[in-house]
Design a protein around this ligand. Sequence first.
Ligand code: CMP
Length: 141
Amino acid sequence: MSNRTLTILKPDCVRKNLIGAVTKHVEEAGFKILAMKLVKLTKAEAEGFYGVHRGRPFFEELTTFMSSGPCVPMILEKENAVAAFRTLIGATNPANADEGTIRRLYADSVGENIIHGSDSDENALIEGNYFFPGMELAGNW
Ligand code: CMP
């Protein structure tokens, strides 16, 4: 069990001026923000990040959307971070997400679902390094 996860506030979150509102949920749930930035991915970068989904029917739509505007990746810390964060954000499809979860509160559709959360400790490390390479070496925390 690792204590870190990687999230992205997706382009719909940024477009809807929800960075503050969503980040408030994240902090109030006890996550510490270890790294954070605003970046606009190229199509190729979005394809690289979501490489595990290459070949899936939604891959083109997903990577076009994720490169459609700025997004906010963050590395978060909390005990049992991956599972705790997935509980906080709710199901991938906001229609199936529990009451009070971030996706239920703010997301419109499975494609535009406001926020990403790593699905395993292994992927949290890979995804964290994708946006913040060398962070482990920075020695600030
Ligand atoms: P995320 O947790 O970022 O990981 C992969 C993303 O693919 C997922 O959130 C959804 O936003 C997106 N996606 C789009 N269509 C689908 C679909 N039909 N099934 C699953 N994920 C989808």
